[in-house]
Design a protein around this ligand. Sequence first.
Ligand SMILES: Cc1cc2nc3c(=O)[nH]c(=O)nc-3n(C[C@H](O)[C@H](O)[C@H](O)COP(=O)(O)OP(=O)(O)OC[C@H]3O[C@@H](n4cnc5c(N)ncnc54)[C@H](O)[C@@H]3O)c2cc1C
Length: 441
Amino acid sequence: MQTVDVIVIGAGLAGLTTARELGNSGHKVLVLEAQDRLGGRIYTDDRLGVHLELGGNWLHWLQPHVWAEVTRYGLEVDRGPRSEECYWLQNGEVVKNDLAGFLAFIDPGQRKLVARSAEIMPRPDLIEGGAEFRAADQLSLQEVFDGLDLSDEERDANECAWVGHCNGPLDQVSYSAAIRWTAATAGEWGVMHTASSVLRITAGNSTLVDVIAGDVKGEIRLNSPVVKICHQRDGGEVTLADGSISRARRIVNTLPLNILHKLDIEPPLSPVKREASEEGTGSRGLKLWIRVKGPIKPFFAYSSQHHNLSVIRTEFVNAEDAVLVAFGADIDRFDFENIAAVSEALKVWRDDLEVLEVAAHPWGRDPYAEETWMIQRPGAYTRSQAELQRNEDSLYFASSDIANLWAGFFDGAIESGLRTAREVHTSLGAAYREFPRSADQ
Ligand SMILES: Cc1cc2nc3c(=O)[nH]c(=O)nc-3n(C[C@H](O)[C@H](O)[C@H](O)COP(=O)(O)OP(=O)(O)OC[C@H]3O[C@@H](n4cnc5c(N)ncnc54)[C@H](O)[C@@H]3O)c2cc1C
């Protein structure tokens, strides 16, 4: 049986960050990853003629943990083409304007919705327990929209901007999710909008994964799905699907929240963690890439949360073709792999686009994720945020899904990995004094 100081389960950003930090602190680390690739919900694939981000896409210098990695590794960052046109729906008609026109149209609604975020959540980097935040957390985003007194057109436009952010039906998304996002940019919804959807790593986000993995002093084992964890105060054992067992003084579990409860854990997860995982996140939407015949002008388009595709925009543009990225609230709503169905969905705005190819990863059906990016359901933060971060014996947790500041983003994965590595390092210092390491460790 292999014995190490720390086993990290999962080689996404949270797991790799945890492993890098603990390896650099002198601990013997083993990373066990179920799949045959690194990165988890970062998944860059060369398709449709570009570095296609099937998973996480954009990042920003306002996201401090991930931007520190951009600086540390000298990663080149660029942006997609600026939209020259914007389409949205008003009084049953398609309006064609520019992006500034759309943003001005939704500005009053967005202000009503989230302008007080920084007051309601003054320190989004910490767990918020204030009464006003807790009250907001009980509401769905839909309930708040319903009370905003917007015209039908304003409401559709404002709502679908949030489908782009939340990637789920708005009645299943907590209002506090919107507050958390906007509090991270001090209450400025336009800044939040930019921070979450413009800049990308030029060579693909997998390069970020690869450079962090390259700095892990320890083994990273692919094709190693963990099926069982047994943990006690002084250490634990991890069993893989092939029956092999490894032992460590500390175990860090980085599984996405939606699949956490599916692992056989002894003693069982605390009831709050288990219920949070069983309830699941609100993140059941679709991210779809569409290659269309060119030339076209780069454009943005918004419909409503009820359409198959709520938001669409041009991410790459060439003379002969362009690659669009689209988001919908529900992955099960239409056959997004069918070119005819996608062409039909685009006709909401324009019938002059010829769809050549489509590409997507069905995250909601991926057994190693079962979700896109984490968005909490109403009440979930208040019920479970603090508990999800708490270790149980020698079993620790790290994931973007349980982060504070930019939870659900790359930044949150790194924040969570850094926090957990610090906690594990501190607890191992005490453990080495109590149970000294053997000469071969
Ligand atoms: C479609 C989509 C779009 C997104 N867009 C953005 C964006 O634009 N900007 C942004 O910042 N973020 C975005 N995100 C979110 C971001 O990608 C994630 O929050 C982040 O990558 C999660 O990192 P993680 O390490 O916490 O989890 P994961 O990346 O999910 O890592 C968990 C790892 O655990 C592994 N695993 C699971 N089960 C087992 C098991 N039993 N045994 C061993 N290993 C196991 C998984 O294979 C995976 O590698 C997006 C995500 C998706 C899916």
